[in-house]
Each structure stands twice: as C-alpha cells, then as structure tokens.
Design a protein around this ligand. Structure first.
Ligand code: SAH
Ligand code: SF4
Length: 369
C-alpha cells in the first residue's frame, strides 16, 4: 500500500519528505499543492523537481474517500455520502448562508455514546476515521464547490468548518488533531481558530487535551440543566456529570479563541423545554461564559421524541434572553435530504450489536462498487 499524504499534517509531511532525502521546504510546496489547489496528480505539481515527482508517484498518493452519494436540497444545502471502506460510509454536509459557508464533517463511522435523540448514536459504532478520511471530506468538498488545480476559484465557498457530523470527535482525538492543524495551517486551509468548531457531548479529559494541543472554538452538547435528565439523554453524563463538565468548560475558556462556549440544546417536546428548565439553564450560563444554540429536534425513523412547537422554543429563548443569555435558534436546513443535525446516518456496519431502530439501508451494490 502506498503512503496516503492526506494523513500528514505539516510536521508529518516534513518528516516524510526528509525521509526521501529532500529539504524541508519541499513539504510546504507539496502541502500547498494538495490542500490549497486540491491537486492529487504529482505530475501537475510543476515546481517540484521531476525526480521527486516520480518518486512520489511511485510510493505515495493523495487518496480521499470516495463519494458515493451527492444530494442537493432546495435551500442549497448539499450532502455527500462518503465511502470510507467496503462496509462503512459517513456523511458530510455543506450549508451555505449569505455571509458564510459551513462544512459539517464526520469524525467516526457511527458513535458509541448512544445519545437518546441521535440517529448516529442509534445505529451503533464501527470505527474511528483516519486523518485522511477526516480532512479528506474538506478536500473533497472544496474540490466539488471551488474546483481544483489552477482553475480553483478565488472566492471561497467554505469559510467555516464544524466537527458536528457523525461521531464524537473527542473520542478520536489522535486522528482529529492533525486534521484540525491542517484546517488552521496557512499552507493548507488557513482557517482561523474561531472558524473551526469542535462539538462534544462532554468528554472531559479530551477537552483538556484539546485545550493544550489545539484550542479551537468549542461547542458542548448540553441538552439538560440537571444531571438526572442529562443522564437519560446523554449517557456519558453518568461518567462526567454537569459539575465536572462545567468546570472543564471554564478551563477550556482560558485558552479558547473565543471568550464563550456554545451550549447546544436540542428542543424535545415535553422533555427539556419547560419554563422552569429555561430558568435553570440561565443559572448554568452564570457559571460559564456561554451562548446558547437551541436546535429544534430533527426526527428520524424509530424515534419516540417530538420537536418542541415553535411557540415553545420562542418562549424558552425569551426566558433565557431576559436573564441576559445570548440565544440563537438553529434554522433547520437540508429538508428533504436528511441533512439536519442528528439525522446523519450514513451506512455504518455496527460492531456494538445494540442497534435498536431499523437502519436506512442503501443497496449493497452501491457500497461495494
Ligand atoms: N458528537 C458530537 C458532535 C456530533 S452531533 C456531539 O454530540 O456534540 C452534533 C449536534 O447535533 C449535537 O449537539 C447533537 O446533540 C445534536 N443532535 C443529535 N441528534 C439530534 C437530533 N435528532 N436533532 C437535533 N440535534 C441533534
Ligand atoms: Fe454521538 Fe454526538 Fe450523536 Fe451523542 S449526539 S450519539 S455524542 S454523535
């Protein structure tokens, strides 16, 4: 098997290039070709010596995962189904807005954490994605949206990246960190730390590690103001309860590129959307500098949860606002292509044997192609 250069951040590529007996600055050139130009053909990397191009062609490649599905919603949201191996495919979503374009990336095939309201969690877990499979989603999406090589458009379609697709990024930090470094690297994607967001359901030790090694914007999936309910909705809470999680948020803020944590809060009818719960959340906002992002629940087949009515969400937001909390309500995007938060299911071959809902199976031929 040849070496996949998408697995390397700048440091990794320098080490690889040094191993070929080449000077370090060659790594920077190769990085630019791959990530800034979206080039995968070494023959077209014209400022590299012919001998190096030949060497790379024989022992390395730029191998992004294969796109096996591509759907576009009426609002411009686009979803790719990306095959990562013969048995698993994950989903990547592009969400265009007036002033920015956000790419939502997956970090695992499935998820072990089994949150009660999440389609990814319900389908079980297969494996961690590699760095190449994670950053490869950005590589693919840019090529699809902006073209590649010399023809790449000067205006950027993707201005923000959020690790909010399938999986828990902080349970796959070894592979996620090099991908994040590439997103930030001026010779690769050059995004600012404020425009790259990691979303976690609260893996406390990994929050501390991210803070040390690569602090980017942080979103924390809160979903309940008290441990008893959060234990039910986000089972990981039994390991890292609210007191411990909120302390980790405050430690993170010491290094964070933004001076607040975003608390995500899925609005579940009759479960976590009462006036009293809104007031309790305001208490949490007094303990951690934060903004709240209310996410209307997105249903999927087999779930018993319902989305809170629009008036309830509005009232909930007003209570928070009147307590001085900044609140936004997430617009539901990608209607008709199942591209909204929590609906991403891909095709995961479950190894946990706890799948409880009928999975949306695609024809096997598609995956084995
Ligand atoms: N594992 C990470 C990131 C992926 S989930 C995390 O849990 O934070 C991204 C966001 O979508 C999380 O806030 C998650 O709680 C939310 N989500 C999951 N299922 C949802 C659903 N059915 N409707 C709305 N939001 C959902
Ligand atoms: Fe995993 Fe996040 Fe879904 Fe929970 S919400 S099951 S942590 S992907």
């Amino acid at each position: 098997m040849t070496v996949n250069l998408l697995d390397f951040d700048a440091q990794g590529l320098e080490a690889y290039v040094a191993g070929l007996g080449e000077p370090r600055f060659r790594a920077r050139q190769v990085l630019r070709w791959i990530h800034q130009c979206g080039e995968s053909d070494f023959a077209r990397m014209t400022d590299l010596a012919k001998s190096l191009r030949g060497r790379l062609a024989s022992e390395a490649d730029v191998r992004a995962p294969q796109v096996v599905g591509d759907s576009l919603a009426a609002d411009g949201t686009r979803k790719w189904l990306v095959k990562v191996d013969g048995a698993n495919a994950v989903e990547t979503v592009f969400i265009p807005e007036r002033a920015r374009g956000t790419l939502c990336i997956s970090s695992q095939a499935g998820c072990v954490l089994d949150c009660a309201f999440c389609a990814t969690g319900k389908q079980g877990f297969n494996r961690n994605l590699s760095t190449a499979e994670i950053v490869g989603q950005l590589w693919l999406a840019r090529n699809a949206l902006e073209g590649s090589g010399a023809a790449r458009e000067a205006t950027r379609a993707i201005t923000n990246v959020v690790m909010m697709g399938m999986g828990e990024p902080l349970l796959n930090l070894d592979q996620v960190l090099p991908a994040l470094r590439l997103m930030l690297d001026d010779h690769a994607y050059g995004l600012s730390r404020r425009r790259v967001t990691v979303s976690t359901s609260g893996v406390v030790p990994a929050m501390d590690r991210l803070r040390e090694e690569c602090p980017v914007a942080l979103a924390v999936s809160l979903h309940a103001p008290q441990d008893a309910l959060r234990d039910q909705l986000v089972p990981l809470n039994r390991k890292y309860p609210l007191r411990v999680l909120l302390a980790a948020c405050n430690r993170y803020l010491e290094r964070a590129p933004r001076d607040f944590v975003t608390f995500e809060y899925v609005m579940l009818d009759g479960v976590n959307d009462s006036d009293a719960q809104a007031r309790e959340l305001a208490g949490i906002a007094r303990r951690v500098r934060s903004k709240f992002n209310l996410i209307p629940f997105n249903p999927f087949s087999g779930t018993a949860f319902r989305r809170s009515p629009a008036e309830r969400i509005q009232r909930f937001a007003e209570i928070l606002q009147s307590a001085g909390v900044t609140v936004t309500t997430r617009k539901t995007r990608g209607d008709g292509i199942d591209a909204a938060c929590g609906q991403l299911a891909g095709d995961v071959s479950d190894r946990t044997r706890r799948t409880r809902v009928t999975r949306r199976l695609r024809p096997a031929a598609e995956l084995n192609a």
